[in-house]
Design a protein around this ligand. Structure first.
Ligand code: DAH
Length: 339
């Protein structure tokens, strides 16, 4: 009996040690420790042994059982470790490969100039407001004192969806929308897109930007307008800038003016940028026409104010020395990557 056990122990140890996979191990477990396994059979036969042999053989059988169990456990662990190592090897990444580069995006020059302009006006206490791109004729024209059939409508001809509804041709309608909702004092700027049926060339595009300004309060003067706009011009084009106001016409302002600054490129001497004149027109402005105030229910005897409209596309072209408005909208990365 003792010999059988010894032999059983030897062969099983050999076999288990040489097993190469989980399947083989499981078979060996069944072969020795299973219900009908070799060692189980020995243990079952213990009862038939003579009394004095029972404890000795019993003890030995138990030791063999423990050894086989331990060895099986150990082998399972070894195999698992091997499996994991193989998996890691297979999945391993090559950290010497250079990563894929993500180029950072750039700020579009129009966004950039809008940020700069907004910062100036917000610093002067103006709030930023936006209005709809799809506008009614009433807001785009009538409320701004541009009656139907008025020849000046030609200047703001736009794209119509149906009679009475169009893509706004300027940001001025937002003046009216804000005044209808709020009581003075009002101090706003309105950046946004505008649309016109213009033929596209180096200085015209069917879609462009405007930034409208409106200040309404009691006893506002043309000096206030000049002060605010000169500050704007100096912050954008240099603190030594001078300005002049040339009489002009807009139906929604009276009096109206174009503001020109002395050329920042040649300091007024005359160059390509100012077309040898020394001056560059940068915006339209004026004192809000009492008719516009009346249309929104303000009493022009109490309230008055000034308004202005400037073109961020043009300001950006001047400031960044860009000679063609189309560059803003072509989506050519060679251009956009320079900002
Ligand atoms: N809306 C005008 C345009 O598109 C620009 C403008 C001029 C706006 C004078 C104003 C202003 O508010 O006072 O040509």
């Amino acid at each position: 009996m003792k010999e059988t056990l010894e032999k059983l122990k030897e062969t099983s140890i050999d076999l288990i040690k040489n097993a190469v996979n989980f399947d083989e191990l499981e078979k060996l477990r069944v072969r020795y420790l299973g219900k009908k396994g070799e060692l189980t059979t020995v243990l079952k036969g213990l009862g038939k042994l003579p009394k004095e042999e029972k404890p000795i053989i019993g003890k030995l059988a138990n030791i063999v059982k423990l050894e086989i169990t331990d060895l099986l456990d150990e082998k399972i662990q070894t195999l698992e470790k091997k499996k994991l190592e193989e998996k890691i090897m297979k999945e391993s990444i090559d950290i010497t490969l250079p990563g894929r580069r993500l180029d950072p995006g750039r700020i579009h020059p129009i966004t950039k100039i809008l940020m700069e302009i907004k910062e100036v006006f917000v610093g002067l206490g103006f709030a930023v407001v936006e209005g709809p791109d799809v506008e009614t004729e009433y807001y785009n024209f009538e409320a701004l004192n541009i009656p139907v059939d008025h020849p000046s409508r030609e200047m703001w001809d736009s794209f119509y969806f149906k009679p009475g509804l169009l893509l706004r041709s300027h940001t001025s309608p937002v003046q009216v929308r804000v005044m209808e909702k709020q009581k003075p004092p009002i101090k706003i700027i309105v950046p946004g897109k505008c649309y016109r049926r213009d033929s596209v060339d180096a200085t015209h595009h069917w879609m462009f930007h405007q930034l409208e300004g409106l200040l309404i309060d009691e006893r506002v003067t043309f000096a206030d307008l000049k002060g605010v706009l000169l500050e704007f011009a100096r912050r954008i084009f240099g603190k030594e800038r001078r300005a002049k106001f040339i009489p002009s016409y807009f139906p929604f302002t009276e009096p109206s003016a174009e503001m020109a600054i002395d050329c920042f490129a040649c300091n007024g001497k005359g160059c390509n940028i100012c077309k040898q004149s020394g001056w560059i027109e940068i915006l339209g402005a004026g004192m809000v026409n009492p008719k516009v105030l009346k249309a929104v229910g303000y009493d022009p005897e109490i309230y008055n104010g000034f308004a202005f409209g400037l073109g961020p596309d043009r300001i950006a072209m001047l400031k960044y020395r860009i000679n063609d408005i189309r560059l803003f909208y072509d989506n050519d990365l060679r251009f956009l990557e320079q900002f």
